[in-house]
Design a protein around this ligand. Structure first.
Ligand SMILES: Cc1ncc(COP(=O)(O)O)c(C=O)c1O
Length: 401
């Protein structure tokens, strides 16, 4: 029965349904010993007992409200917490009316893309970039104009050239999608000069910036820089944030912070009833009391994993021309393979060593990236980050032609 059903539903799929990882997921894959692939938080960092306690307090204080439909823009307490978080960590003043809650920041980004991008519309995007957003952008049929990323973040000279070329064709870019802190996958944090320049360009060319800041709370070193949203003063930046990396992706809570007139359009892509009023309350009851120390604990946890993986890799990559990023925060290392590495041989050797990574090519909108791999140090314990890093480095050495 299942085969017959599958064949029939597959015949009906839209063209956009086959874009992205759906086919790969359907094939079924085994769990590796060292999983450095997805950007998953470490289960050891989840605040189990404190969430049980927060849930009990929610039920006592507002059980009926928590279990019914909520505000279409999301639980006001969570939107207030986002404002409080921005004030506390960034000195940024945002009002509750600028914030809409979504089912994680992936969904939040989709709300923005759906609100502005039609098939064939021009969208500027970093190469490399986060593959999840890339799939959402592709499914909207955007004309993706890629620009490089270097140690200072997005190459604003390349953005300028893209915008000027579009203007000559009489076209306007709809969105510039960018990550400002601890870029996934490449690692850099955008410099202040680039941040200001990007905003100047967006304003001059009357386009919007979609600022993705999924990892900004998890800073291991260095001083935070003002967000694009803060620098722009409410003109052209839509900013996405998430609780996935500091609380747990299972709560599925993220948000967009946007100029107020845009909020009803973004909201239009949500069913009414608000996103997860119950989980929002539990998250708020926990974070209201514990955010600062919890985020500090996580930053320390992930810093030690980054360092462990760097140690493991360096032990065996020394003497090769491989380069490895050293991000100031976040979840990922970006590794440029030594010249002459045979990528399919590396894939086989890594699988034999039970190490999983993400091939760089999936992070590139328009091809390229075969010489890179992305390694998430977030999920495995520090000692496994080091041991798995060594095994992978040995595989990389052996995969050179
Ligand atoms: C850069 C970036 N943006 C957005 C997301 C989406 O995360 P979530 O939907 O869990 O908030 C991720 C998840 O890995 C990410 O790496």
């Amino acid at each position: 029965v299942s085969t017959a059903t599958a064949v029939r539903f597959r015949d009906l799929l839209s063209q956009r349904a086959s874009i992205g990882p759906a086919a790969r997921l359907a094939s079924g894959v085994q769990t590796p010993l060292y999983d450095f692939s997805g950007g998953r938080p470490d289960p050891a960092g989840y605040p189990y007992a404190a969430l049980i306690e927060a849930t009990a307090r929610v039920m006592e204080a507002e059980g009926a409200d928590a279990l019914t439909y909520g505000d279409p823009l999301g639980y006001a307490g969570l939107r207030d917490l986002v404002c409080q978080k921005y004030r506390l960590y960034e000195g940024l003043d945002v009002r509750r009316d600028n914030v809409i809650v979504a089912n994680g920041s992936g969904h939040a980004l989709s709300l923005a893309i759906s609100s502005f991008v039609d098939v064939g519309d021009a969208l500027i995007c970093e190469a490399p970039t986060f593959g999840g957003t890339l799939n959402a952008i592709r499914r909207h049929g955007a004309d993706i104009l890629d620009v490089p990323v270097d140690d200072d973040g997005i190459d604003t000279g390349a953005v300028q050239r893209r915008l000027e070329a579009l203007a000559r064709e009489g076209r306007r870019c709809k969105l510039i999608y960018t990550q400002v802190n601890f870029h996934n996958p490449a690692g850099p944090t955008m410099s202040l000069r680039r941040r200001k320049r990007l905003i100047e360009l967006a304003q001059a060319h009357e386009t919007l910036i979609l600022e993705d800041d999924a990892y900004g709370d998890l800073r291991f070193e260095g001083d935070p820089l003002p967000s694009l949203y803060a620098l722009d003063d409410g003109a052209c930046v839509i900013r996405a944030g998430t609780l996935s990396k500091i609380l747990g992706p299972g709560v599925r809570l993220g948000w967009l912070c946007a100029p107020e007139p845009m909020i009803p359009f973004l909201q239009g892509f949500n069913f009414s009833g608000g996103v997860s009023p119950f989980a929002s309350r539990v998250a708020v009851y926990f974070l209201r009391d514990h955010m600062t120390e919890h985020v500090a604990m996580l930053s320390e946890l992930y810093r030690s994993k980054r360092d462990a993986m760097l140690r493991g890799l360096a032990a065996l990559l020394q003497g090769t021309d491989a380069t490895v990023s050293r991000p100031e925060g976040g979840f990922f290392l970006w590794l440029k393979l030594p010249a002459g590495t045979d990528c399919s041989k590396l894939a086989q050797l890594a699988e034999a060593a039970s190490v999983r990574y993400v091939p760089g090519a999936v992070c590139y909108p328009n091809g390229g990236g075969d010489e890179y791999i992305r390694l998430a140090f977030s999920y495995e314990p520090a000692e496994r980050c080091e041991a798995g890093g060594r095994l992978l480095a040995a595989a990389i050495r052996a995969a050179r032609a």
